[in-house]
Design a protein around this ligand. Structure first.
Ligand SMILES: Cc1ncc(COP(=O)(O)O)c(C=O)c1O
Length: 311
């Protein structure tokens, strides 16, 4: 029998067709199920690559400690990789992330530092940088490290092309931009006509009229030339998308999967035919305590939901 360790079962996720959600016979929707990774999200891919690369080029050595700013999935993935390779881990997250996220990070044995909700992920990055500089932690830095993009250019992208050689439209959520840049570039190399659409959480408004996480924050890895369009999605749309996904396709996706589905269905409103690939970055488990599947919110409830960081 062949035995592998946990870091070798990252990637090679399935691409499944969404037969019931396709709006017309010539349009084929395919979803890459990233919830199938060890910690349940696409972020296992980039964290493994960034940590291994840092070991390889000598930025990270045995005995070092690793810190990172995250809204959730990267923190969970790093807590796992750190535990697997023996590095202590500390994650800086805004207070308004969904509660299962810090619980999972803690379960993997990592420490957590919170920043106030209204200061968002931009502040989390600043705090992580300061701790890294003052206390000598190695900062992983998913928002700036091009290895984030490379993990998708060399992994996620080729996996999609191996399963589906002709892609007309690619739709994924925008956080660091790593997925969109890495997969987008690889797909456009294979077929320059492939269009790449980013789905972004609606910034929303938080306490005292301060704007939320994304405001004034341009992900450094993002090159707008790779993008052909951007769709802003509110939490309510994302929740209803996730409900639609499990009801129609029996696929248990997370909030950003619901958002990507909503965005993709908008993007293909006038598409007569073609192959469309969607990234479902995680599955629904960590959002199970919400009512999103049983009682998707009505329109007027959406503003409150937008105060939580979902991806
Ligand atoms: C659930 C989920 N969806 C989408 C994204 C966006 O991915 P990326 O950082 O590659 O842009 C993330 C990462 O922040 C995520 O955790």
């Amino acid at each position: 029998m062949h035995h592998v360790d946990i870091l070798h079962v990252i990637g090679d996720t399935p691409l499944v067709e969404l037969r019931h959600l396709s709006p017309r016979p010539g349009v084929h929707l395919f979803a890459k199920l990233e919830g199938r990774n060890p910690t349940g999200s696409i972020k296992d891919r980039i964290v493994r690559e960034m940590v291994v690369e840092a070991q390889r080029d000598g930025r990270l050595s045995p005995g070092d400690r690793i810190i990172e700013a995250s809204t959730g999935n990267t923190g969970i993935a790093l807590a796992m990789v750190g535990r697997a390779l023996g590095y202590p881990v500390r994650i800086v997250i805004p207070e308004n992330v969904y509660p299962e996220i810090p619980r999972t990070i803690t379960a993997y044995g990592a420490e957590i530092t919170y920043v106030p909700s209204e200061l968002g992920v931009k502040k989390a990055i600043d705090v992580a940088r300061t701790i890294a500089a003052d206390e000598g932690w190695f900062m992983l830095d998913q928002f700036s490290d091009p290895v984030n993009i490379r993990a998708h250019y060399e992994g996620t992208g080729p996996e999609i092309l191996a399963a589906l050689p002709h892609v007309d439209l690619f739709v994924a959520g925008l956080g660091t931009g790593g997925t969109l840049m890495g997969v987008g570039r690889r797909l456009k190399e294979a077929n320059p006509e492939t269009r790449v659409i980013a789905v972004e959480p609606h910034p929303g408004y938080q306490v005292h009229g301060l704007k939320s996480l994304a405001d004034g924050f341009l992900p450094p890895l993002l090159d707008y030339n790779v993008l052909d369009g951007k769709i802003l999605v509110r939490s309510g749309h994302a929740f209803r998308g996730a409900a639609q996904l499990i009801q129609r396709e029996a696929i248990f996706g997370g909030v950003s999967s619901g958002a990507v589905l909503h965005g993709a269905l908008k993007a293909i409103e006038r598409l007569p035919r073609g192959n469309v690939v969607l990234i479902f970055a995680d599955s629904g488990w960590k959002y199970l305590a919400t009512d999103m599947w049983t009682q998707p919110p009505a329109d007027h409830e959406e503003d409150d939901l937008d105060d939580v960081i979902w991806w």
